[in-house]
Design a protein around this ligand. Sequence first.
Ligand code: MN
Ligand code: MN
Length: 468
Amino acid sequence: MAEEKSTVEMKKEALLYKRQNAAKTLPAEARAADAFCEGYKAFLDAGKTEREAAAFMAARAQEHGFSEFDPLRRYESGDRVYLCNRGKALILAVLGEKPLEAGVRLTAAHIDSPRLDLKPNPLYEADELALFKTHYYGGIKKYQWTSLPLALHGVIVRKDGETVRVCIGERDDEPRFVVTDLLPHLAGEQMKRTLSDGVRGEELNVLVGSRPFADDEASELVKLNILDILFQKYGVTEADFLSAELEAVPAFHACDVGLDRSMIGAYGHDDRVCAYPAAEALFAIEGTPAYTAVAVLTDKEEIGSDGNTGLNSAYLLHFLTDLCLARGENVRIALSNTKSLSADVTAAFDPTFPDAYERTNASFLNRGVALMKYSGARGKSGTSDASAEYMAWVRRMLDEAGVVWQCAELGKVDGGGGGTVAMFLAAQNIDVVDVGVPVLSMHAPFEVVSKLDVYMTYRACEAFYARR
Ligand code: MN
Ligand code: MN
C-alpha cells in the first residue's frame, strides 16, 4: 500500500499543474508587497484622471533622469527618454545594449478609468437646484454611481487658449458633489425597472449648488451663483464649458481593505494597478538593459482605444519609428522582434457571484499576476490570441524569476467579455499577451485588489525588461 501511494504521489508531483498562493508561501514577499503598495496608493490618489496620472509619471521619469524625447535626435545605449502625448498618454524608454532591430521589451497599460464626464453644456438649474449633466465614460453599472461623494477633475481651456486646471473635492476642506437617488419610500416605479435601467444615463446629474445669487425676481439665480463662483475662482464663463474636459470621479482615497490589510480598495485600479508596476519596474532598471525597455501608459482604452491618445493611434509606432530612423535602423524589423505585455486587469473570482466564472480558468486573489492568452467576447472576438510559442517564453520568464503567476480567462464563455490594448499591439506585428492584476468589483467606483498580486505584477515587469 505504502509503495503504491508513493507512486501516486510521484505521479502527482510530476504530472499535475499546481496552482500557487503567494500569501501562503511567501511571507517575505508579503512584506515587500505591503511596502510597494504604499507608493501605489499615493499614485492612485494623485492620479485619478489620465492627465493627472501622466503628469505624475512624467515627473517620476524626470526624477529618474529621463529627458523629453526629441524625434530628430539619435539616442544611444543607456539613454532614458519619455514622450508625453497631449498630456494624456506617456511613453517611457530605456535604450538597451542591443540594436532596436533585435526587438524591444514593451509593456502597455492604460491610465484612463470609467467615470462621469460633464457634457459640453453641463450646467442647468431645476427647481432652484444647480446640476451638471454628465455623459458616462466607459462601461459602468450606472446605479453604482449615485449617493457617492464625487470630486471634479480636469481642465477648462478658455477661448483665449489659457488652460485652467480643476481639482475640487480631494482635500478635506473642499466641497464634494453627488448624484442623488430616489428614496426607497417613493421608488415603487423605479424598483420595477431592470438593474441595467435602474438609473438611466440622463439621471446621472451631479448636484452642484442650491443657494441663489441674490434676493430678487430674476430666474435661474442658483445657476448664476454657481457661474459667479466659477468666475471668481477660475475666470471662466458658461461658454468655456464648451472647451473643457471635466470628469466627476469618486472623492474617496485609496485605503487598505480587510482586517489583515491584505487588499487595497480604491477608485481606478483598472488600470493604474498595472500602469504603476510597469512604469516603476522601468524606473528601477539599473544601468543599461540588454534590450530597449519601453512602457507605454495610454489613454482611451475604456472607450475602445480610439482617439489620438489611445493605442489605436499611431503615436507609439511613430515613437519607435523615430527612434529607429535616427539610428539608421529598420523599424519593421524592430517591431517583428518586439515582445510585449499588454498589462491590464482581469476579473478576480468572486465567491458571492460564482456563476459568472468558470472556476478552472478563473483568476483568484493572491495567486499572483494573471496571464491571459486572450480576452475578447463571443468566441475570442476583439482580442489577440497569443501564440503557444510566446506563452511558453513568458511562462519560462516568470518561473525563472520566481514570480507567482496564474493563468486565467475573464469569466464564463457566454457570460460577456471585454478587450484590452493587446489587439492594437498585435496589429503592429508585435508578439503580445495580456498580463495583469485580478480585480474584485471591476469598474465599480471602489475596486479591490490584493497587494501581493500588485507586487507580483511589478516583479513580472521587472523580469520581463531584464530578460535576455
Ligand atoms: Mn483595463
Ligand atoms: Mn476597464
